[in-house]
Ligand binder design. Structure first.
Ligand SMILES: [Zn+2]
Length: 92
């Protein structure tokens, strides 16, 4: 069964991931999936870089919330990385 996507414009359901076949509206692709069809970006392993959300369609307070979440994620990663680094030296 194909995945059905709801159109934010007309509220109809459709299987086309790029455009709505009911009203013709081009769907907004989430930044996570933007590079999916880009051959140069299809790598088996890639460390995602910290990219601040600068989408003008999102209100500033919400964007600040998203960006502080991103910062927290990287802080958590750094702590985790530091613990892994320490564990390596304990074992060796
Ligand atoms: Zn539609």
């Amino acid at each position: 069964m194909a995945t059905e996507i709801k159109c934010f414009e007309c509220g109809g359901w459709d299987t086309d991931p790029t455009t709505c076949s009911l009203c013709g509206k081009v769907r907004k692709v989430h930044s996570t999936f933007e590079n999916q069809n880009d051959v140069e970006r299809q790598k088996p392993f890639e460390i995602p870089m910290l990219v601040w959300n600068q989408d003008i369609n999102i209100p500033t307070w919400k964007r600040n919330l998203i960006n502080s979440g991103k910062a927290l994620q990287w802080i958590a990663l750094m702590i985790g990385g530091f613990i892994a680094w320490l564990a390596y030296w304990i074992v060796v």
